[in-house]
Design a protein around this ligand. Sequence first.
Ligand SMILES: Nc1ncnc2c1ncn2[C@@H]1O[C@H](COP(=O)(O)OP(=O)(O)OP(=O)(O)O)[C@@H](O)[C@H]1O
Ligand SMILES: [Mg+2]
Length: 466
Amino acid sequence: MAGDLKLSSVTRDLTRIERIGAHSHIRGLGLDSSLNPRSVSEGMVGQPSARKAAGVILHMIREGKIAGRAVLLAGQPGTGKTAIAMALAKSLGEETPFAMLAGSELFSLEISKTEALTQAFRRSIGVRIKEETEVIEGEVIELQIDRAAASAAPSKTGKLLIKTTEMETTYDLGAKMIEALTKQKVQSGDVIVIDKASGKITKLGRSSSRLRDYDAVGPQTKFVQCPDGELQKRKEVVHCVTLHEIDVINSRTQGFLALFTGDTGEIRAEVREQIDTKVAEWREEGKAEIVPGVLFIDEVHMLDIECFSFLNRALENDMAPILVVATNRGITTIRGTNYKSPHGIPIDFLDRLLIITTQPYTEEEIRKIIDIRCQEEDVEMHDDAKGLLTKIGVTTSLRYAIHLITAAALACQKRKGKLVEMEDISRVYQLFLDVKRSTQYLVEYENQYMFNEVPREGDDDDAMHS
Ligand SMILES: Nc1ncnc2c1ncn2[C@@H]1O[C@H](COP(=O)(O)OP(=O)(O)OP(=O)(O)O)[C@@H](O)[C@H]1O
Ligand SMILES: [Mg+2]
């Protein structure tokens, strides 16, 4: 099998689903060109040293040569650890793979923990493969589609007259080509590339000889030179796929559909070995390059000792991605053992990590984050109301304050208001409890709940805040 390894032409946008929600306002780390954080930029506010450190990591990743580094984001709940990881992902660009996994997910999958981790690792390692393909590249002189005379059925044949500066040729078109050309809205004067193997058509732009056709031109039209030389030529194209994508496509049971359903099951070790050997061969021949990406494991304290040993080993591999983990735990038990350690992470693994800490936000920063979230959620809010929400954020938590934005907007809608006012905020503040008030309530009414156990001194919680 290894000889004719299959490759996907699955495009990135099908496999990477954009998440909207808690972090949708974050578009990047908001750094300037010398990696210093701008105070508010790309949806990010404050947290300067953590963002700067993340910027250094970003730089390491862009260099692409460093494998197997690992970073820990540690800090209190709601201080932006996940936000920073998402920002890092956004700053990486389309080509660099980014995979994300929450520690708790590992225990709810049908596959084993180590298989899930292996898949996550291989999702975050890209392979850039160079291939030569035959293409037809030229300027369309005439596109003629023959409509079947009597019927209303879509036309089936046609002709394409296309030229370079040196030659021109007419090609007969089949239904598939006609469909592709129609879909791309190709018309005479366009410069196009047709991939001969796949039939894929790419529009490069309008020929600059048509500069004077004002009527046919929209504001974003790009003008390009009419290509020279032969119409048919060999062109180098570059695909970027992850090792995991190659694994899935080549694994016997599911094939390529599994990439869409996500239902990949366990992949046999032999398949992976063959793929690794093949990729190594390609690298030697200069046909492929490894693009180490980022694997982000959130809630890393949920991993158990077996997972940590696995990570230890996996980071030694020369194709390892950069691993970013995050936790809000202080000194706590390492899952699967009776030992306690910082963040619930074994000391030997901790020793490999570069640690970035996040700090609680100031009132002003909370205000700015609330501003940004109001914009993101399309909520118009009175300044006083924002002020009140900020106060609530300071005394309860940033997350709670962010959650109240949508709720308050609904309250406002209900009274047919246009602008969210203080009254809306105080209504939802009374309607939904924050942690402190909820705990207080529980203490007052403890007898009315089932399985009630009064917490003993000292074992209440091991989160960093207490
Ligand atoms: N510096 C920031 N700029 C803009 N938005 C932020 C910033 N920090 C946090 N947020 C937003 O505040 C909310 C809480 O932050 P986040 O989820 O990143 O906290 P966390 O540190 O991961 O908390 P936990 O430990 O509970 O997982 C999110 O909606 C996040 O997008
Ligand atoms: Mg988080």
